[in-house]
Ligand binder design. Structure first.
Ligand SMILES: C[S@@+](CC[C@H](N)C(=O)[O-])C[C@H]1O[C@@H](n2cnc3c(N)ncnc32)[C@H](O)[C@@H]1O
Length: 250
């Protein structure tokens, strides 16, 4: 591999790909697609539908690989993730070794590779190191603010982007009135003072199963818990993100 192209594909809506992303897809000799996510949400089918919508080069080969799973015997979180990333880099290399040579390889990255994604860190493990380029994609955060038609930041204000775990453990960030929360399997907003925040929530954004809720946390929180459970029951999995803004006192 001389060139590894990481293509941000947005969160599932094929209309959200950039023209640059589509171009990069069609320039690739080979596109590596995970067969099944290591997490339970199986996004392989969505990736294939995006290829179906945009890949027009008959010479581009689409090759699947099996994502390794994290080794539960490694107790330390960082060590476990590092070992997992090593394993993914090895699977990419082994998969490519079993194929006719491909100078230009592409990977479809959910959302954008810059945001809570380790594809760039895994790519850095490849030896010899190929040239790595990124085509930006629409993040879940952008899909959320667009779906609710809201600005991300308050006027001139900063934004903190964090995880459900960090929100639960550290509370609402003091440095900001706006906080975006990702990677939250447990609705960590329940740990906040419900009278103090407004919430905009979205699940499975960009997909047919998209669901949206917003309002003062006190009133919207219970609706979100119900909507989240409903999406999961109907679709098999749920991925959600939300934006919290401190309510200014009336
Ligand atoms: C591993 S991160 C990947 C983020 C991705 N790189 C991006 O740019 O959006 C996964 C988290 O992104 C959010 N997410 C991804 N896709 C989503 C979707 N379609 N709807 C809502 N949230 C989504 C969720 O918070 C999920 O836990």
């Amino acid at each position: 591999v001389q060139h590894l192209s990481l293509i941000g594909i947005g969160t599932g809506n094929p209309d959200h790909l950039t023209l640059a992303g589509i171009k990069a897809m069609n320039l690739a000799d080979l596109i590596l697609v995970p067969r099944k996510g290591a997490d339970k949400d199986d996004l392989a089918a969505v990736r294939l539908s995006i290829l179906d919508a945009h890949l027009r080069n008959p010479a581009t080969r689409v090759v699947s690989f099996d994502m390794p799973v994290r080794d539960p015997r490694i107790a330390d979180y960082t060590a476990r993730v590092e070992a997992w990333h090593d394993a993914i880099a090895r699977v990419w290399a082994d998969t490519l070794a079993g194929q006719a040579p491909a100078a230009r390889v592409a990977l479809l990255v959910w959302g954008d590779p810059s945001l809570y994604d380790s594809t760039l860190r895994i790519a850095a493990r490849l030896r010899p190191q190929p040239k790595v380029t990124v085509e930006p994609g629409i993040t879940a955060l952008q899909a959320l603010t667009a779906a609710h038609a809201i600005p991300l930041n308050a006027l001139g204000g900063p934004v903190v982007i964090t995880t459900g775990r960090a929100l639960r453990d550290a509370g609402f960030p003091v440095a900001s009135d706006t906080c975006a929360v990702m990677l939250d399997g447990d609705c960590a907003f329940q740990s906040l003072d419900p009278k103090a925040y407004h919430i905009w929530w979205g699940a499975n954004l960009g997909l047919d199963s998209q669901s949206l809720c917003s309002g003062p946390l006190q009133e919207a929180g219970p609706r979100i818990l119900a909507a989240r459970a409903q999406v999961r029951a109907a679709h098999g999995w749920v991925m959600d993100i939300y934006l919290l803004r401190r309510q200014t006192q009336p």
